[in-house]
Design a protein around this ligand. Sequence first.
Ligand SMILES: [Zn+2]
Length: 207
Amino acid sequence: MADADGCSDIRPEKNGITLVFFGRIEPELEDALANSLEELVGSLRESLPVRPGISRRYMAVPENIPPHNQERVFLSSLEPVGGNLVLGVTNTGFYDPYLGRHLFSYGRVGGSGVLSTYRFRKETDTRRQFLDRMGKQMVKTLALACTLDSCPDTGCIVSYHRWARDLDKNRYVCPSCRNGLLWSLAFFMESTAGNTPVVPGRNGEWL
Ligand SMILES: [Zn+2]
């Protein structure tokens, strides 16, 4: 059942990652994205003080989306959503007029991020490849929300991606990024939902 703002009434777990699906996202993709995060969190669980739960919410696509920098509207829509880390998923493209292309994901200080399926749908031929690339980009989006910078290891999922096919080179999350994720996940899981923790030395947004 949806409430007035279009959110489902599924409440996020106290310590957790909330996935927010904007508009119509196919259930198969929802599952692939959630499973990708479950797999990552499962691989880190022995080193985490609290294992983050992963919950799902659903919101309508925001109105008045601009022709560029659309991610800002989506990131703002995530602000009232509970959960220690909040990650949105949309089919809307995020066009960067400075770079002259659509980008895949953004992260914001405070533990939120957004992922666009737009270029993956345009640049991917098979369904299996699409789901595989999206699952990896979901992990990258979490890393951005956890304030990690792009990794210089091209085999690592947290590395920079110019094209959707670049994700095919990624086979793992490298030890350095694992440590960064552990530190950040522990930090965000201890923060109170609704508060915006300040991360020392970090500022702004990253692709
Ligand atoms: Zn890495």
